[in-house]
Write a protein that binds this ligand. Structure first.
Ligand SMILES: [Zn+2]
Length: 1014
């Protein structure tokens, strides 16, 4: 094994003023620590000379003197407060360390940025930040000036640990690395210190980390007790905290983004632990198509450099490529990649704690491949220290590489920034426009504010602007659908061309918002607003394949390629606010239902004010209002004025009589259900509710089991996707955690001080699931007038449990839909669930379920194939020895007609099996036909979902069950479909409004007249 430096004894001298203490600091070898490193490392091929020792400083305390264990010691983990305290101790003792708080978590735990560099660099930290800021926005910078800055600047390498709470090695490793970087005097470490600035965030998910340490130490202390699952990681979501860079709903994402935009780190490096032994991110592709190709090269260059350095030293199992794709821009590391820096990650082998265990790997993890010429072993004893050694060695090589090639990395950063500014006139588009006349100004402002949070500049046009018909403009989501033909069929191309020919000039009204593509973060804006095409032949996608935010948020956007727009008069805007307030005179107030989500906030904010919903569209004082508009007949104008200003809602006061049928809008008591195994999906629902200030009760499945009169407490019970389909799903939901051993309380205790925070749930026993009684209680709740909303996988529950008739929920057979944006049509415009929506809505769809509605009678459409016989596939068969009688041809029926079809010859006794007409399911939202279905992403075998119901309202007893095949509240991205949920809630006791009461559809079978002639 090659040694970079054999010398371990150094003397360094710091002056008293800069160090805060007098005298000389000596550095020697900390032999005792080194001995333990070797003891806890299971094999010599899991260590390098960079980390097989630790220097001992006479001034700066090594980790074990503070933590009472060496880093990577078995069976021990540290809490945030100790990790942060150690980092601050380093800063107080070493002039090479500074600590900055970068924000708090939801539960009030602090996140840190620990900066380590040479004393002189730290003294000039503000200057280096300024250089990076300038390179990040090179507008107005000459090439010579840029090169001068690059020569003067230092690259910043930001390492962050444990975004995923069961991955516990990195916070420990980062403490040792911070110490090592601060005190070690090998040329290798000196180089990193002198020629770069290292930034460390030891724990990204601070709430989840402390809970994980509770769970782990509890298990160590009570080895025979039933083990606790990590019910919550962060306050809201688990693994998905690494999928928040499109919605930016979590405190950790916002804190990291804000820090990024302050420092512009050259590299951001997330440390994960799930793959043996060290996977270095490059990914299989397809790579995100909006990133500058330069960054793709940088990923490869960095990965191969580190793999080579590790492999040269005999380390086993360091590889790249064959894991993760690099497509979706929603990861934490996307913060860097989307802002022209380098975002990357490691996966090392964790043990979900600090156990030492024998680990056996499946063949697909140990096979040799072109990207893994030195694969992991089939079986090995693995320790926490092994994990530390792998992470720390490799990332130090990575940091050395960046320090050693600082100007190259800074120059690339500058180039990527400059090329982003050039994008508008080079590859295009020129801009994205948010028209001033969008009927959803609230959601428009919300999306624009999100872009501003990401550092994107927004402008506003001063005058109307016209784009000639010849210059192409694509109005993308929401109400109109014209796309650059991604599927490429000749028919599609024709359609697009025809469409474009029809287009006259495009008028962009004055006051429209413009996202110019000649700004540093143009690529980010373009990638989130554009449509995505994911070829099914590509490797299986790692996450969502489509994410078009304009469509998902039901906000109109226009992709403008005509560069003349860049010269249109416009002003850069600051915070985007929507004007609200009351206009007009009179004692009746009307608020148009445009599905802006703040309308739901208004209902709960003024909960004591009676409000009605209009059941039809209507007109008053010459103003048109949509079905579902709020009619307020008795209110304090001042209170309404204040609320509507705050929420950016326009309220019209009138003296005229409102001539439309209405019903009261409820202020429902809502429960959001969770179980005790996984709380991931409900977290996104909770965030949506909380950010809109809609009150709810967070209720466990076990509580539903034990509460016999749910209707007394709740009007609406919402089941977010809780996993599991069909019989096995029902089994899991009813059983929950096994009823074995002693009760497992989920409460804060001396052993588990971090289990519960305000807003989370607690119980005396987490075992037992929903149980049979829970199922019965839910059924009773609905029968007595409650509304049960069941989303995606949870839709199977009320259907399997016989709370619905004429509805089936199934897993898709061959369809692959790994997270895409699809089109749906509003089928039942009179349903209160559809209030405020236009004819079409883009929704997020992932894999299932497939919901079908049917009377269960008669032929379900024409046969898919013909029997073997004479002729061709379209010819009629002819039976021998009798006259030819043509098969009756099925009448053409719409999906809805087909669902409700009852053949005329159905005997009355069979009709008895059908519910009364008013108890028929109402298909509110339906997936578009196959040809129009996909906007962004990928779906194969999409015929399985095309034309099928997306949202179905099923009456049951006095109440309703509403089933969603789409996820209306996904990762803070699908704000356009939030109101499907809110509408259902606010109208929970009037969902029958507008229902058809006509008898079951009977469509006569076709006569022979339209048969073909043979
Ligand atoms: Zn992870």
């Amino acid at each position: 094994m090659k040694r970079i430096s054999g010398i371990v004894l150094f003397i360094c001298i710091f002056c008293a003023s800069s160090f805060g203490q007098s005298g000389q600091c000596t550095v020697s070898d900390y032999a005792e620590y080194g001995k333990k490193i070797k003891e806890y490392t299971t094999e010599p091929f899991f260590i390098t000379e960079l980390v097989d020792h630790l220097p001992l400083s006479s001034c700066v305390p090594p980790p074990d003197t503070f933590l009472h264990h060496i880093i990577g010691a078995p069976d021990i983990l540290d809490y945030n407060k100790d990790i942060n305290a150690y980092m601050r101790l380093l800063a107080s003792k070493s002039p090479r360390v500074k600590v900055f708080g970068i924000g708090m978590s939801e539960e009030g735990r602090e996140m840190l940025a620990v900066v380590v560099s040479d004393e002189e660099n730290l003294a000039r930290l503000d200057r280096y930040k300024e250089i990076n800021r300038r390179l990040a926005d090179p507008r107005g910078l000459s090439e010579a000036e840029a090169q001068k800055l690059i020569a003067e600047g230092k690259p910043i390498y930001w390492a962050d640990g444990s975004i995923h709470s069961p991955e516990t090695g990195s916070p420990e490793m980062l403490m040792e690395m911070a110490y090592r970087l601060a005190v070690e005097e090998t040329p290798f470490i000196q180089k990193i210190r002198k020629d770069s600035i290292v930034m460390i965030t030891p724990v990204v998910e601070t709430d989840g980390h402390d809970r994980m340490v509770d769970v782990y130490l509890h298990r160590k202390k009570h080895p025979t007790a039933p083990p606790y699952p990590l019910v919550w990681w962060g306050h809201y979501v688990a693994h998905d905290n690494n999928r928040d860079s499109l919605g930016m709903k979590l405190a950790l994402s916002r804190n990291m983004l804000k820090t990024f935009l302050e420092w512009h780190p050259t590299v951001m490096h997330d440390l994960h632990e799930s793959v043996p032994y060290l996977y270095i991110m490059t990914g299989t592709g397809p790579y995100n198509a909006w990133l500058d190709p330069i960054v793709i090269s940088e990923w490869q260059q960095m990965a191969y450099y580190e793999i080579e350095e590790m492999t040269k030293r005999g380390v086993i199992g360091v590889w790249t490529h064959g894991f993760y794709d690099g497509w979706a821009p929603n990861y934490l590391l996307s913060i860097a990649n989307n802002h022209n820096s380098i975002g990357r990650f490691y996966e090392t082998f964790g043990n979900g704690g600090a156990d030492t265990r024998v680990r056996t790997l499946p063949a697909d993890a140990t096979s040799r491949d072109w990207f893994r010429p030195n694969p992991p072993l089939p079986k090995v004893k693995w320790s926490a220290r092994n994990n530390i050694n792998m992470q720390e060695s490799a990332i130090l090589f990575g940091m050395h590489n960046v320090a050693d090639n600082g100007s190259q990395f800074l120059n690339n950063f500058y180039l990527k920034s400059r090329r982003s500014v050039e994008k508008a006139r080079k590859e295009g588009p020129a801009a994205w426009v948010f028209p001033a006349n969008d009927s959803r100004p609230g959601e428009q402002a919300s999306l624009l504010s999100l872009l501003e949070l990401q550092g994107v500049e927004i402008h506003r046009t001063e005058k109307e602007f016209r784009i000639p018909a010849s210059a192409s403009t694509t109005e993308s989501p929401a109400r109109s659908r014209k796309r650059d033909s991604a599927d490429g069929g000749p028919e599609d191309k024709k359609a697009v061309e025809a469409n474009e020919k029809k287009t006259a000039e495009t008028i962009i009204p004055a006051g429209s918002y413009v996202v110019r593509m000649d700004q540093p973060y143009s690529r980010l804006a373009d990638m989130v607003l554009d449509t995505q095409y994911y070829n099914p032949r590509d490797p299986r996608s790692y996450d969502d394949t489509g994410w078009t935010l304009g469509a998902l948020r039901n906000v109109r956007t226009m992709r403008v390629t005509d560069v003349s727009i860049l010269d249109a008069p416009m002003q850069k805007v600051g915070a985007i606010e929507v004007a609200g307030g009351v206009s007009g005179e009179g004692n009746t107030y009307v608020v148009n239902h445009n599905t802006d989500n703040s309308l739901a906030t208004l209902r709960f904010l003024l909960s004591t004010v009676p409000m009605d919903a209009a059941e039809e569209p209507f007109e008053v004082d010459g103003i048109k209002f949509k079905a579902g508009s709020f009619v307020i007949r008795k209110a304090d104008r001042k209170a309404l004025e204040q609320a509507s200003k705050e929420l950016g809602l326009k309220v019209h006061a009138t003296k005229s009589e409102i001539k439309v049928s209405t019903h009261p809008l409820a202020v429902p008591r809502v429960a959001i259900v969770h179980n005790w195994q996984s709380t991931q999906n409900d977290g996104w629902f909770r965030i949506a509710f909380e950010s809109l200030k809609i009150p709810y009760t967070y209720v466990a499945d076990t509580r539903l089991r034990e509460t016999s009169n749910l209707r007394q407490s709740f009007d609406v019970i919402l089941l977010p996707p809780m996993g599991g389909f069909g019989p096995s799903g029902l089994n899991t939901i009813i059983r929950g955690l096994p009823m074995r051993g002693t009760p497992l309380p989920w409460k804060n205790s001396a052993d588990t001080p971090n289990f519960v925070a305000q807003g989370l749930d607690s119980t005396d026993d987490i075992r037992g699931g929903l149980g049979y009684s829970g199922l019965a209680n839910l059924e009773q709740f609905v029968r007595e007038g409650g509304l049960l909303i069941a989303v995606q996988s949870s839709a199977a529950l009320p259907v399997s449990a016989a709370m619905t008739e004429m509805v089936n929920v199934a897993e898709p057979r061959a369809m692959q839909a790994p997270g895409s944006v699809v089109l749906s049509t509003i089928e039942d415009k009179k349903s209160p669930i559809a209030y405020g929506y236009d004819d079409k809505l883009y929704i997020y769809f992932r894999q299932g379920p497939v919901i079908t509605v049917s009377t269960g009678m008669g032929n379900q459409g024409p046969p898919e194939s013909r029997a073997s016989g004479r002729g061709s596939i379209s010819d009629p068969d002819v039976i021998q020895g009798r006259p030819f009688i043509a098969q009756e041809k099925e009448a053409k029926r719409s999906p809805r007609e087909q669902e409700l079809y009852i053949p005329e010859d159905t005997p009355d006794n069979a009709r008895w099996f059908l519910p009364a007409r008013e108890a028929f399911p109402r298909v509110v939202l339906r997936f578009a036909p196959e040809k129009e279905l996909l906007l962004s992403g990928m779906i194969t075998a999409s015929n399985e979902i095309a034309d099928k119901p997306a949202v179905v309202d099923v009456p049951h007893g006095k109440g309703h069950v509403v089933l969603f095949a789409n996820n209306p509240m996904w990762r803070g991205e699908t704000n356009g479909s939030f109101f499907l949920v809110f509408n259902a809630m606010l109208n929970y006791d009037h969902l029958n409004a507008g229902a058809s009461t006509a008898g079951p559809t009977t469509i006569p079978v076709a006569t022979g007249e339209d048969q073909e002639e043979y």
